[in-house]
Every structure is written in structure tokens, then in C-alpha cells.
Design a protein around this ligand. Structure first.
Ligand code: TYM
Length: 334
């Protein structure tokens, strides 16, 4: 609790450009939860270097992502928006938690298996202990709730296991966090292969809609989206492409799948795809305009970076000191 409010933590990697999967699965829920909770939203740059990065490019993407959080509608006066690398407590707690996490647990992580298959020439220890750093992120702020997409649920489970294990030994140190999944949009699929998650790192640019795509590109990508030969807009488990488009449309418009099926009864896929594309563009166009305006205001963004890193550090250090004391590190002499 901070000032009588429950705490929310979430973050995104500054690797590649965000997709509508990131927006609909996570960022959109951040906006709706932001009034109810004391919120911490991190640009998790420490996680990004588990895969090789170009330094200048990483720095630029991290700043763009931080700016995008604000452009999406998160007020940095109310929400703590900051770079993970500016708060050293993340790395320090992560080390301690490494000593309370088992190799066997980490071996089961599907993201580790996927990423090590994709980056077979660079299976580094950071990639393996990635979920422990994520646990440190969340536990440092004593978060009650963590809004994420479905792909992160396994990491939330291991976070809870680590926290419970630590608490069982040292008493109630950590709040046990709950994941928060949106009703729709928790798993947006690739437009080119609806059995696969839409991902920032997909090599096929037509598989993902990026947050900075212009309206024509968005519409074109939806026109090309893989569907089926049924020819009817129905919400079921066999028409996976249409199912995904309905999910996207619902997440953008607030309609239910039943309403959408009714709306497009007797209409063709062409018309439906155009409507989905337009609903996405209606959200992204104003977001992009705010982003380009904000990006120019260097002093404002710099101020947010500085102030919020200080605020995050304050809360994170409080938990870190408690943990250091519990595990038996010597007290600091003032
Ligand atoms: P990242 O950067 O891969 O994704 C950011 C958020 O977007 C969600 N997401 C999706 N949701 C629906 N459909 C999709 N296709 C889709 N793709 C991505 C993710 O679930 C996530 O919520 N490890 C995390 C970042 C992280 C974090 C944390 C998150 C680090 N520390 C602590 C929460 C709490 C990651 O790589 O997310």
C-alpha cells in the first residue's frame, strides 16, 4: 500500500517497435487501472540486453517507449514512469532472489526455451535468469497487481513462488502479486499465422501492426490478414484468423464478440477487415500525434525521467534495505 492505495507494477521491453499486441494486451489496461492504483511503469532496459542490442538504437528505443507511455495517456505526475536501469535496486534484489530460485524452475520457462532456440549463438545466463529480474521488478514495489498479456503468466507464477518461498523463511517481506488479464486482447495473434502470438520480433512485417504504422499501412496489413474459406464472420475455435480479428475489433471498440457477429452477419471478409483496420487506426492516429508532439519537448521528457527515477528509487530502496537486513547483510553505518 502507498498512501492507502494498492500498488500496480508493469513494464515493457524497449526491444523493437511495439505492436498492437502490446497495446491491447497490456498498455490499454494500464490506462484503465491507473486511477485505482499507485502505479509503476518501467521501461525494462536491463531485460533488453539478454539479446544483443545496438547501444545507440537501444537508447533511442527506450526513450521512445517512455514517451509512448505518456502519449498513450499515462500522466507521469500520477504514474511513476521510469527506466529500470536508473534504479539499481532492481539488479541488487535480482541477485538476492537468484539465490532463492531453482535451476529446475527456470528450465521450465517456455520463453527461455523459445528465445534460446531463436538466439542459439547467444544463450547467456541473463536470458536464463530473466524471470528472476522480473520477479525483482515486481516485488521491489510490493505490487498487488501486475497487468500483462497471457504470455507473461508463467513469469508471474514463478514470481509468486519465489516471494512465497522467501516469506516462508523470513516472515512477511513481500506482497504476493496477482496477474491482471484484460477480458479481450490478452493474446493477440499474428495476422499472417493466427496460431502464433503477434510479436515485436517477427521477421514478417505483415504479421504485426506496429504502433507507429500509418493508417494506409494498417488497413493494408488487415486486408492481407490470413483468414479462411468459410466466408462468414463467426467467433469459434476453427476460424482462428477471424477469431483474432474479432478480438482486435472488440478490444478497440468495446463491443462484444456476439455484437460483432451480428453486425457483420451476411457481410464479406473484405468489409469486416476494413472495419477492423479503421478501428485500430482510430486509436493509433491520435496516439501518434501526441507522441510526435511530446518527443519534441526534450526538457519535459528529461524532467519526467529524472523525477520519476527518484520516486521509484525511494520505494525500491525501502524494500531492498528490508531484504538485505533479513538475509543478514551488515547494517550501514551512517
Ligand atoms: P514484452 O515487452 O514482451 O511485452 C509487453 C507487454 O505486452 C504483452 N504482449 C501481448 N499481449 C497480447 N497479445 C500479444 N501478442 C502480446 N505480445 C506482448 C506482454 O504480455 C506484456 O504484458 N518480460 C516482460 C517485461 C517485464 C515485465 C516486468 C512485465 C519485465 N519486468 C514486470 C510485467 C512485470 C516482457 O518482455 O514484455
Amino acid at each position: 500500500m502507498i498512501d492507502g492505495k494498492k500498488v500496480l507494477f508493469s513494464g515493457m521491453q524497449a526491444t523493437n517497435v511495439l505492436t498492437i499486441g502490446n497495446y491491447l494486451g497490456a498498455l490499454k489496461n494500464w490506462l484503465t487501472l491507473s486511477d485505482e492504483y499507485e502505479c509503476f511503469y518501467s521501461v525494462v532496459d536491463l531485460h533488453s540486453i539478454t539479446v544483443r542490442q545496438d547501444p545507440a538504437e537501444l537508447r533511442k528505443r527506450a526513450r521512445n517507449l517512455l514517451t509512448l507511455y505518456i502519449a498513450a495517456g499515462l500522466d507521469p505526475k500520477k504514474n511513476c514512469i521510469y527506466y529500470q536501469s536508473h534504479v539499481s535496486a532492481h539488479a541488487e534484489l535480482s541477485w538476492i532472489l537468484n539465490c532463492f530460485t531453482y535451476m529446475g524452475e527456470l528450465n521450465r520457462m517456455t520463453q527461455f526455451k523459445d528465445k534460446s532456440a531463436k538466439h542459439a549463438d547467444n544463450i547467456n545466463a541473463g536470458l536464463f535468469t530473466y524471470p528472476v529480474l522480473m520477479a525483482a521488478d515486481i516485488l521491489l514495489y510490493q505490487a498487488d497487481v501486475v497487468p500483462v498479456g497471457k504470455d507473461q503468466l508463467q513469469h508471474l507464477e514463478i514470481t509468486r513462488d519465489i516471494a512465497q518461498r522467501f516469506n516462508a523463511i523470513y516472515g512477511d517481506v513481500f506482497t504476493i502479486p496477482e496477474p491482471y488479464l484484460g477480458k479481450v486482447g490478452a493474446k493477440i495473434m499474428s495476422l499472417q499465422d493466427p496460431t502464433k502470438k503477434m510479436s515485436k520480433s517477427d521477421d514478417n512485417i505483415n504479421a504485426s501492426v506496429y504502433l507507429m504504422d500509418d493508417k494506409d499501412t494498417i488497413i493494408r496489413k488487415f486486408k492481407r490478414a490470413v483468414t479462411d474459406s468459410e466466408g462468414a464472420v463467426l467467433y469459434n475455435d476453427t476460424q482462428l484468423g477471424i477469431h483474432n480479428l474479432i478480438d482486435i475489433y472488440c478490444a478497440c471498440t468495446g463491443k462484444t464478440p456476439e455484437e460483432v457477429v451480428k453486425e457483420f452477419d451476411g457481410k464479406g471478409y473484405g468489409e469486416f477487415k476494413l472495419a477492423v483496420g479503421e478501428s485500430v487506426a482510430d486509436i493509433l492516429t491520435p496516439l501518434q500525434e501526441r507522441f510526435y508532439a511530446l518527443e519534441k519537448d526534450k526538457a519535459y521528457i528529461d524532467g519526467v525521467i529524472k523525477e520519476n527515477a527518484e520516486k521509484a528509487s525511494y520505494y525500491a530502496t525501502k524494500t531492498l534495505r528490508k531484504v538485505q537486513k533479513k538475509v543478514g547483510f551488515p547494517e550501514r553505518i551512517r
